[in-house]
Design a protein around this ligand. Structure first.
Ligand code: NAP
Length: 295
């Protein structure tokens, strides 16, 4: 299938590379053109504009946020105005429920198809083709995406016919992950202040009652106070909490923990944490406990 790929950031560049390595014909576009080069070396075709990436049967977007996706979709010469009838926009970014609904409607009006397929897994998982992918949309369109999704991830979870459902699932998952980061941060601050070894504590928990990737990955980062380089940048984590809270507000679901996380991110960013990994909210508890040197 002739595929366009728009958005070659930390995630998108690894994902597009995997499609190329699997032998797919991929035309790549990125706002900052220097990120095209490594993909072109792998055999990608270069798109000079968004429109150039939209001439095939399918275009994938893996962009930062709602603003970026709305820009490339709705701009003059954007995806909706140029994608051929019947072709698919496979949206893999973490975006709002609201924008997903808007895209579903706009693509339907243009006789195109819209499939939401947000992912769980950091850039290292993307590079290893180990993403978990949540899909929603017209079943026929989702099926057409499967050969590509099978290259990108280790498992795909179809969640229904309404694309926005996949986005809500993804936002709910990230809310849970941020809650784990905050809870780990507080627990690690507690044992650390009593001079108990942080990594020993994390190893103990993750090899017993908390034997799960989220605890292993984030426990290790918080114990080591290693928040750079950012594999998932704090502003993107903040975005996901804001979008989860927006969905919660429109569905009338109080999420007090979500509101707390909102303010944790706000504090991190107010203190200049823009370039840090979102795991850095797990370092705030140690600082609150007067142990800034340990995080
Ligand atoms: P990233 O490294 O910051 O890359 C963002 C991409 O979006 C870049 O290609 C950037 O282009 C582009 N972009 C940003 N604003 C734009 C605009 N206004 N117009 C056009 N392009 C724009 O982000 P990422 O970590 O790859 O994340 C991508 C998406 O995946 C996000 O929705 C994120 O929430 C989600 N996600 C990330 C992870 C993770 O661990 N990183 C995991 C799961 C899901 P430039 O290169 O020109 O800046």
């Amino acid at each position: 299938m002739k595929t366009g790929f728009i958005g070659l950031g930390r995630m998108g560049s690894a994902m597009a590379a995997n499609l190329l390595k699997a032998g797919h014909e991929v035309t790549v576009f990125n706002r900052s053109p220097e990120k095209l080069l490594p993909l072109i070396e792998l055999g990608a075709l270069e798109a000079g504009t968004v429109a150039d990436a939209c001439r095939g049967e399918l275009v994938i977007t893996m962009l930062a946020d709602d603003t970026a996706v709305a820009d490339v979709a709705f701009q003059n010469g954007g995806i909706i105005s140029v994608l051929p009838k019947g072709a698919i926009h496979l949206s893999m970014s973490t975006i709002s429920v609201e924008l997903s609904k808007k895209l579903t409607e706009a693509h339907a009006q243009a006789a195109q198809q819209f499939v939401a397929a947000p992912v769980f897994g950091r850039p290292d998982a993307a590079a290893a083709a180990k993403l978990f992918i949540v899909t929603a949309g017209n079943p026929g369109a989702v099926k057409m995406c499967e050969p590509l999704l099978n290259v990108l991830g280790q498992k795909t979870f179809p969640i229904g016919n309404t694309p926005a459902s996949a986005n809500l699932v993804k936002l709910s998952g990230n809310f849970l992950m941020a809650s784990v980061i905050e809870a780990l941060g507080e627990a690690i601050a507690l044992i650390s202040k009593a001079d108990i070894d942080r990594q020993v504590f994390v190893d103990l928990l993750t090899s017993s009652i908390f034997n799960a990737p989220a605890y292993k990955i984030y426990g290790g980062l918080i114990a080591a106070g290693r928040f750079e380089p950012a594999l998932f940048a704090a502003p993107l984590g903040f975005k996901d909490i804001r979008l989860a809270l927006a969905a919660a507000e429109s569905l009338r679901v109080p999420m007090p923990l979500g509101s707390l996380l909102h303010d944790r991110f706000l504090r991190l960013l107010a203190e200049g944490g823009e370039r840090l990994d979102w795991a850095a909210i797990g370092g705030l508890a140690g600082r609150d406990a007067g142990e800034p040197h340990r995080v």
